[in-house]
Write a protein that binds this ligand. Structure first.
Ligand code: PGA
Length: 228
């Protein structure tokens, strides 16, 4: 079943999270999850939707100011977490090593994980896409609760989307390294979702901007349901 994850980033406090969750009905045939900011997680969990956090620390507890652990998320009823999003890598010093630590701890604790990989624009221009993906995927191991999200850095929040061929190629390459479902992320919208999700090897989507609106996220979920 295709996985559709709504990555709200630093949008939607309690009120807006409650409004979205009350209005959203997941179409049949898709595994739809919402990923609100930490402060809004409990509201989303209470609504009955499947909820993932946007990050998770590797220790169960400790002196790690500003971090949240897997047991804390599980106690709240959170089912999974995004790890290694490109914004975490770019703005918050996330590295392949910290991604590995977070992913391993989250899986061991019983969370599902969406581990994000993807090249930046200059890396693609220099022909380094496969090298970057190989390095980022090398810290991951196959696990039933793990999916990878391929998110080309140049397509995130830019309105630029990978062409269906670029997505297909990158997904096939990732699957050649690790036998795992691979989501596509980067400016997925109702207008392009059907074509992207129809590509072989595209097992769902990680949606940012277009997931903030109930109707647009629902339309993307429907496009995925049409391409099981
Ligand atoms: P976008 O973000 O859909 O706004 O490009 C995707 C993501 O960062 O997960």
């Amino acid at each position: 079943m295709p996985l559709l994850a709504a990555n709200w980033k630093m949008y939607k406090g309690l009120r807006e999270t409650g409004e979205f969750c009350a209005a959203f009905r997941s179409p049949a045939g898709v595994d739809a999850v919402v990923c609100p900011p930490f402060v809004s997680l409990s509201t989303a969990v209470g609504s009955g939707h499947t909820v993932f956090a946007q990050n998770v620390h590797w220790a169960d507890e400790g002196a790690f100011t500003g971090e949240v652990s897997a047991p804390m998320l599980l106690e709240l009823g959170v089912a999974g977490a995004i790890v290694g999003h490109s914004e975490r890598r770019r703005y918050f010093g996330e590295t392949d090593d910290t991604v590995r630590l977070r992913v391993e701890a989250a899986l061991a604790a019983g969370l599902r994980v969406i581990a994000c990989v993807g090249e930046l624009e200059d890396e693609r221009e220099r022909g380094e896409t496969e090298e970057v993906l190989r390095r980022q995927v090398s810290v991951l191991s196959r696990h039933d609760a793990l999916v990878v999200a391929y998110e080309p850095g140049w397509a995130i929040g830019t309105g630029k989307t990978a062409t269906p061929e670029q997505a297909r190629e990158a997904h096939a390459f990732i699957k050649s390294l690790l036998d795992t479902p691979v989501l596509y992320g980067g400016s997925v919208k109702p207008e392009n979702a059907e074509e992207l999700l129809a590509q072989p090897g595209v097992d769902g989507a990680l949606v940012g901007g277009a997931s903030l609106d109930v109707e647009s996220f629902t339309a993307i979920c429907r496009a995925a349901a049409a391409n099981p």
